[in-house]
Design a binder for this molecule. Structure first.
Ligand code: FA5
Ligand code: MG
Length: 429
């Protein structure tokens, strides 16, 4: 199951009941894992991670490893690989594709809504369960709240899984037009367009009754029309002419809800979710009788299209051959891939148990092999007469920066097998 799925309550919209809200359903068996921090092979604890004692500061909040990684606490599921990303704030680097993109989106809003949008890009990613879920009306039994899908620091605190976590507090603080950019975290399978840490920008625009009263539309229709106009304008500002389409969808916090898809690498790529904000959210936060639109866009997804970046893992690369290709204010630059080393495949079969999930497998493999694992893919699945189910996964190992030796890969695979057996309590075949 993918990370922050937000399928509606079963009866609500039948065609979306099996579709996760926060992530598409098409890649459930393809887990691509990689880190680019270190070119070295990753032993039991991946290299390139922050030293255990170190701390980072985000938005004035100091975050130490022991604040977020609590190995002995059963209510905590944050691994070191995730802690190592906190505070990096790729979206605040003006020479990084994500920073260049953020600034270009700012330009669009500055030009079209002069002085109206307040901008936030340094809000702390540690938020309460209330902020992340309750405040945006996510049902209490919703699968997105599960430990399988979200990184919990403890029972009340999570690493935000979307920038929507900040909507309510900003409304209460009196903001009516705002953009929130930040790193978000989801336990998720990974492939070339998914990564467990990525970046979103939230947009929010409140309208008062006098703004739509003369339009001949009701408030909801007016906000929906304004939303689509604004986002189509943004897409043109970023891409010029590009093939795009609107898809109806479901979010707990908007109605109606839409996704915008852009044609990329021979397929439709979902780049943002949006909609007209549920009245309940406005009512609870001091804007009764108003309407609003909101959107949440995936910065990596847009940047991949804009800069021709073929794999989402590249955004984390410190390799000069990647970073030196981008500079402040230059949106049109096309990424030139540097040489690709061949992948090496290893298969692994085991009998699963009731607790087994692919997200858990993914995390264990990443914990051992870090950036050297490119893909984990289910290639065989059967249940025997005794009712035992066997899975076979194919793991692709590949470094973006160098050739791996056979010995290195064999060692990694050995360690992965041990860890999978120990941590997931599955029976290797
Ligand atoms: C949300 O997160 C909603 N909060 C967006 C929203 C905001 C809707 C306000 C309505 C109003 P979703 O899970 O679909 O929705 O994620 C939004 C975007 O983030 C996606 O369209 C995609 O571009 C990006 N995204 C989602 N998962 C990943 C991932 N694992 N890796 C990279 N990008 C992702
Ligand atoms: Mg989505």
């Amino acid at each position: 199951m993918a990370t922050l799925p937000m399928a509606p309550p079963a009866a609500a919209i039948s065609s979306f009941t099996t579709r996760p809200l926060y992530s598409p359903s098409s890649r459930s068996h393809r887990l691509l894992l990689a880190r680019f921090f270190s070119a070295a092979p990753a032993p039991a604890r991946a290299k390139g991670l922050r030293a255990a004692a170190s701390a980072v500061e985000v938005g004035g909040v100091k975050i130490a490893r022991e604040d977020v990684v609590k190995e002995d606490d059963p209510t905590n599921n944050v691994p070191d690989t995730i802690f190592s990303k906190i505070g990096l704030q790729l979206h605040r680097r003006d020479n990084h594709p994500l920073g260049i993109l953020k600034n270009t989106i700012y330009d669009y809003f500055d030009k079209n809504f002069t002085g109206q949008f307040d901008k936030f890009d340094d809000l702390c990613p540690l938020v309460s369960v209330k902020q992340n879920f309750d405040d945006v009306l996510v049902p209490s039994d919703h699968v997105s709240r599960s430990y399988n899908d979200t990184y919990y620091v403890d029972g009340q605190t999570v690493l935000r899984c979307h920038t929507s976590a900040h909507q309510a507090e900003l409304l209460r603080d009196g903001h009516t037009h705002f953009l929130v950019t930040g790193d978000v975290y989801r336990r998720d399978s990974i492939d070339s367009t998914h990564y467990p840490v990525f970046h979103q920008m939230e947009g929010f625009h409140v309208f008062s009754p006098d703004e739509w009263s003369g339009s001949g539309m009701d408030g909801t229709a007016y906000a929906a029309a304004e939303l689509k106009k604004t986002l189509e304008g943004l897409a043109r500002h970023l891409f010029g002419a590009v093939e795009m389409r609107w898809v109806d969808t479901y979010f707990p916090f908007t109605n109606p809800s839409f996704e915008l898809e852009i044609y990329f690498q021979d397929d439709w790529l979902e780049v943002l979710g949006c909609g007209v904000t549920e009245q309940e959210i406005l009512k609870r936060n001091g804007r009764r009788d108003h309407v609003a639109w909101a959107f949440g866009l995936g910065l990596e997804r847009l940047a991949m299209v804009l800069f021709d970046i073929p794999d989402i893992r590249l955004f984390w690369s410190n390799d000069k051959r990647f970073t030196s290709q981008f500079s402040e204010g230059k949106l049109g630059v096309k990424f030139k891939p540097f040489s690709k080393f061949p992948p090496c495949y290893k298969d692994m079969s085991f009998w699963i148990n009731d607790a087994f999930t692919e997200n858990n497998l993914c995390e264990v493999v990443r914990g051992i092999a870090g950036d050297l694992v490119e893909e984990v893919k289910l290639i065989d699945n059967f249940t025997n007469k005794k009712g035992m189910t066997s899975h076979c996964y194919r793991i692709a190992y590949r470094s973006m920066e160098r050739s791996l030796t056979d010995e290195e890969i064999n060692n990694l695979q050995l360690n992965v097998r041990e860890a999978v057996k120990d941590k997931l309590k599955v029976e290797l075949r």
